[in-house]
Write a protein that binds this ligand. Structure first.
Ligand code: C2E
Ligand code: CA
Ligand code: CA
Ligand code: CA
Length: 280
């Protein structure tokens, strides 16, 4: 639905001028961001309930623009998707995350799974699984340490092709997570047809737990139960407060991620955390 919106006509108003000029400048600058080394990854810890230890990280993209400073991904990833730049950028992210994770392994630090966000356009490239394979080969990272975060919408678009791509990734040994679970299509039937490993409960539901909204609590509870009945592990994102931790713990959510544990960290800061031995 998002993509359809981009192709439809819109009326132009003078107020739109500033934003579209900015978009245009950003789109243009983004073309050079990669080669100029302006893109960086930070890594947010994911914690296991059972052990309380650090078990994985999610790689999150940052653009340090020379004039505008830090531009959050929500502002430039949509532009990268529109222009197709998301494909080379996404390949860079995959490579950089695997290279970094392999470096930690080589330094003898405890093994961490690294989760990489994949955009729909990137996933639909006919050679996507070949790209993943090549990245694993060149970096030497064990495939089971790479997790791909996909969204519901991109899976149900072309089910036959999706199944083939997911299966070839599974055959490689990569793990697969559904990101932002619960926000997209409510067609749950696809879940059991795809070889998935993990459901990631969207942070909007986690947020509402703290606001004591009965609906969100029921949704979280249902998602955990659904995930477990399909033999998937369940991770909650956006965990900020103790009462959310307690709630998710009582509902047997397997893993947690959020500011309560840590903000996304630079590779150096994450390394320090690993050296302190917070792994479990
Ligand atoms: P996402 O995949 O849902 O990532 C989680 C977002 O929640 C991240 O925002 C993270 O910093 C933020 N977050 C983590 N813990 C908390 C918390 O406790 N509270 C709150 N309120 N937020 C928290 P970020 O880094 O700004 O990324 C935004 C989105 O940009 C991501 O959402 C993802 O969709 C996209 N993105 C980021 N990196 C990449 C990438 O390398 N490739 C692609 N295709 N998309 C990316
Ligand atoms: Ca994600
Ligand atoms: Ca998410
Ligand atoms: Ca999101």
């Amino acid at each position: 639905a998002k993509e359809q919106g981009r192709n439809t006509y819109r009326f132009y108003t003078p107020q739109m001028h500033a934003t579209s000029m900015e978009q245009l400048t950003l789109s243009n600058d983004l073309r050079y961001a990669l080669e100029r080394g302006e893109l960086h990854l930070c890594y947010q810890p994911q914690v296991s309930f059972e052990t309380g230890g650090l078990i994985g990280v999610e790689a999150l993209l940052r653009w340090i623009h020379p004039k505008l400073g830090m531009i959050p991904p929500d502002r430039f990833i949509p532009l990268a998707e529109d222009t197709g730049l998301i494909v080379p950028i996404g390949t860079w992210v995959l490579h950089e995350a695997c290279r970094q994770a392999m470096m930690w392994v080589a330094q003898g630090l405890p093994s961490l799974r690294v989760a990489v966000n994949i955009s729909a356009k990137q996933f639909r490239e006919s050679d996507f699984s070949d790209t993943v394979k090549a990245v694993l080969q060149t970096t030497g990272l064990a495939p089971n340490l790479l997790e791909l975060e996909l969204t519901e919408g991109m899976l149900i678009e072309n089910v036959t092709q999706t199944k083939l791509t997911l299966q070839s990734l599974k055959d490689m040994g990569v793990t697969l997570a559904i990101d932002d679970f619960g926000t997209g299509y409510s067609s749950l039937s696809y879940l059991k047809h795809f070889p998935l490993d993990r459901l990631k409960i969207d942070k909007s539901f986690v947020k509402e737990i703290a606001e004591k909204s009965g609906d969100a609590a029921a949704i979280v509870e249902a998602v955990v139960a659904l995930g477990h009945s399909l033999k998937l592990t369940v991770i909650a994102e956006g965990v900020e407060q103790q009462d959310q931790v307690d709630f998710l713990h009582n509902r047997k959510c397997d893993e947690l991620q959020g500011y309560f544990f840590s903000r996304p960290l630079t590779p150096q800061a994450l390394e320090e955390l690993l050296r302190k031995g917070v792994n479990g």
